[in-house]
Design a protein around this ligand. Sequence first.
Ligand code: DQA
Length: 144
Amino acid sequence: MIDTVFVLNGPNLNLLGTREPEIYGSATLADIEAMLQDKARELGLAIDFRQTNHEGVLVDWLHEARATGAKAVLLNAAAYTHTSIALLDAIKAIELPVIEVHLSDPATREPFRHISYVGMAAVAEVKGLGANGYAVALAKAAAL
Ligand code: DQA
């Protein structure tokens, strides 16, 4: 059976394309999903690509990744990266490899973006590569 990787996107990422394009680029989330579908086919993986603006929904989807036997999770938790102990606990609880993804590099931005609760439990991070970072992260997931 083909392995599935969950690709979970947090708040405001539905606005990609028009949201601060000088920071996040001009690709929409739909563009990123289409690009990643191609990459997944190439790698022999399936992806389940989702976005929500709600923290608890991300927690539920992390639980679902485990319950459905996903191979790994790519997680761009957006601003919740820097605030959410609930996401940290969920990542620890599901015992699945979670790869942290960011379009920008939060470490070079405002100090409040320097802490990453997701990063405390993620197996790898890909940041600062724009939309292509999702493809790089999927290749990492394939190699796990
Ligand atoms: C982001 C970085 C976060 O600091 C920010 O809150 C986002 C997007 C990124 O992909 O660069 O919403 O996760």
